[in-house]
Design a protein around this ligand. Structure first.
Ligand SMILES: O=C(O)CNC(=O)[C@H](CS)NC(=O)CCC(=O)C(=O)O
Length: 276
């Protein structure tokens, strides 16, 4: 599987972000053909705050969804568009990543399951659930180029989600992200490598990078990690592509040699208290 991740510094304007993505895809030329192309979280609608849900599109046929579908068709690739706002029943919006196929068909939509409500030591308080409705389905997509699982950003902190995808024998998990500079420096690489090793999957993580105009700073270091935990390709800083050819055929042997997924057991907890 040919794989290209785009590291971006998305700004507020979806139009601006879209034209940047278009330019970057043109750079790939025919290298994009039948490749997996992954864009970061909130690739078009970054840092919208409470305007996030106001810009939500219906779950089918929204303007930006169509633009991205056409982009996949133009470049004949499997395009993962990190999180667009899709209307939810309660007035919030789902953070929905799409997988578009090379004919421009919508193959899957994954709504971010774990929402980032956290105090980070960077002067910001994140309250994603205020404007975002959590998803409740995981997606495993069989394509002509491999079996793909989908997750987003903060999801990477929740190993059970990846265990569920691994139980479905996915080859690759895509992870569009917008990790903060603070938590990225501390945790990003370790989390990605851990999820790859323990589940014997390729982790394909496209992150936002840099200063976004609203004072927010994201970490970058988009990377591809193989099932042995090695970093195959990465881009520490700056905008641009991270590319690699992924030898999916090697996964089967690894799962035979060290069948951790079959060795999983759930033991019973016993509490012990020291007599006082
Ligand atoms: O708000 C936007 O425009 C785009 N979305 C994000 O930036 C999201 C929700 S605030 N960020 C994360 O999930 C960061 C997780 C993270 O940094 C960690 O787990 O440490």
């Amino acid at each position: 599987m040919k794989c290209h991740l785009l590291q971006l510094t998305s700004q507020h304007s979806p139009q601006y972000n879209f034209s940047r993505i278009q330019q970057y895809l043109q750079q790939l030329g025919s290298d994009s053909h039948n490749a997996l192309v992954v864009l970061p979280e909130a690739c078009l609608h970054f840092g919208q705050g409470s305007r996030w849900n106001q810009q939500a599109e219906p779950c089918n046929g929204g303007y930006w969804q169509l633009q991205l579908a056409q982009l996949a068709q133009t470049h004949h690739c499997y395009l993962v568009a990190g999180t667009l706002p899709v209307s939810a029943e309660d007035g919030r919006a789902y953070a929905s990543s799409w997988l578009f196929g090379p004919n421009g068909q919508g193959l899957a939509r994954y709504d971010k399951v774990h929402l980032f409500d956290a105090e980070v030591n960077d002067g910001s308080r994140y309250q994603e659930s205020r404007d975002t409705h959590p998803g409740q389905y995981l997606r495993v997509i069989d394509t002509a180029i491999g079996r793909i699982g989908m997750a987003v950003c903060y999801d990477v902190r929740f190993p059970l989600l990846f265990q569920q995808l691994a139980a479905e024998q996915v080859d690759v998990v895509v992870l569009p992200s917008a990790f903060t500079a603070t938590t990225g420096a501390a945790h990003w690489q370790t989390l990605l490598r851990a999820r790859a090793i323990e589940n014997q999957i390729f982790m394909v993580a496209a992150n936002q990078w840099g200063c976004h105009g609203d004072g927010r700073q994201t970490w970058g270091q988009s990377m591809i990690v193989d099932p042995w935990g090695q970093i195959v390709a990465q881009l520490p800083q700056g905008e641009g592509w991270v590319s690699a050819e992924l030898p999916l055929q090697d996964i089967a042997q690894l799962r035979i040699d060290m069948p951790v997924l079959h060795h999983r057991r759930v033991a019973t907890v016993e509490r012990i208290k020291e007599d006082s």
